[in-house]
Design a protein around this ligand. Sequence first.
Ligand code: TGC
Ligand code: FAD
Length: 389
Amino acid sequence: MTRTPLELFDVDGLLTPDERDIRATVRRFVDERLRPDVAGWFESGELPARDLVKEFGALGVLGMHLEGYGCAGTNAVSYGLACAELEAGDSGLRSMVSVQGSLSMYSIHRYGSDEQRQEWLPRLAAGEAIGCFGLTEADYGSNPAGMRTTARRDGTDWILDGSKMWITNGPIADVATVWARTDEGFRGFLVPAGTPGFTARAIHQKLSLRASVTGELVFDGVRLPDSARLPGATSLGAPLSCLGEARFGIVFGALGAARDCLDTALEYAMTRVQFDRPIAGFQLTQAKLADMTLELGKGMLLAIHLGRLKDAGTIRPEQVSLGKLNSVREAIAIARECRTILGGSGITLEYPVLRHANNLESVLTYEGTSEMHTLIIGQALTGLAAFAG
Ligand code: TGC
Ligand code: FAD
């Protein structure tokens, strides 16, 4: 009798019936709605983003871990499991959901005024509007504290100048959460699409995350009323706390991509015959499968543990870094190893493994590079910040 990798760890035994139901619902949606088309979207670099966001809204995954305003209010583990299922489909599709729920909606939910929440959250939860989150700039990625985008007061208004780079959903967003330097410290602003002076352009020729829209945002003397400012956001800690939410989703999400690769490689190895026997029967193949199963299972146990800490309200940023670093590092190693098991077939879009591996290059970099998470863990261990010279 054979077992799937995560069955070996009895992961299901750690989950509640509700958590398993949510996972099954999202898995079904991914298998039926996304899987048949996702390789094509990746190949063409085009996807029906607006339709998909509406479908994600109907599924209930947009801001699903937030309370009120049409959000499902699930626990963190359920949100993580949903991210894993979405990323088993494609990292770009999980990104769309992460950015909408954990970055755009969370920033408004946590730091916005009542009016901002009422105006945007129900539409964002339903997928009737798309949100994005602009923190990174061309010259300030790992070090957002150096950002050059500024907002200066002009009477009761603000004038926003600068640009943001690599922004997921940027060119299709109805509202952008934009972080800027002001005389009073870092502040966040909600900038609706179509505001005079605000433009967005798509970044093309990506070799990773092709089933996702990525863009540059430019602000040229954009005039905003003070009511566009997120009143609760008064330091860089505000955007960094939003990153904590999205990073948590990636802890689970990347493992979903890894699981999809391993399931694919296992199935392939059982049926691919060389030297008159399935390649799964060779010891070297089994060693690969066993090692990958171990890393996938260990990663999932850590993810669930972190989810329980998050649900208890005790999780710390460096613990999220442990999970993000581990999940993405192991997922990309698993994806590459699975590619070897598929031989030549592994380089095509007929199988998902190299698509996942390519996507995971972005996941390794965004939401804090592996090096940044290593340094965050190093700082927690030593008390010494080694980010700057
Ligand atoms: P530092 O002095 O360490 O911190 C400034 C203030 O922020 C607080 N803080 C956090 N709060 C909550 N959660 C976190 N994760 C936090 N990290 C820091 C900190 O306590 C402090 O608060 P206070 O009250 O003392 O002011 O700031 P630093 O400038 O030295 O930053 C250090 C560093 C390197 C850790 C930070 O800059 C960093 O995380 N850099 C990586 C940047 C990054 O991850 N960018 C991601 C952009 S968004 C994105 O990639 C979306 S991808 C799309 C998708 O998710 O699918
Ligand atoms: P850099 O910061 O220039 O880093 C380059 C290399 O130098 C990395 O290996 C890094 O680890 C290393 N490095 C830098 N500093 C140090 C140091 N102190 N010590 C050791 N090594 C160091 N951003 C958003 O704000 N919103 C989004 O929606 C968003 N979506 C994205 C989507 C995609 C597909 C991609 C690729 C990126 C996205 N980003 C987004 C940006 C992402 O967060 C940044 O790319 C990331 O933070 C790294 O910044 P950088 O690319 O400028 O690299």
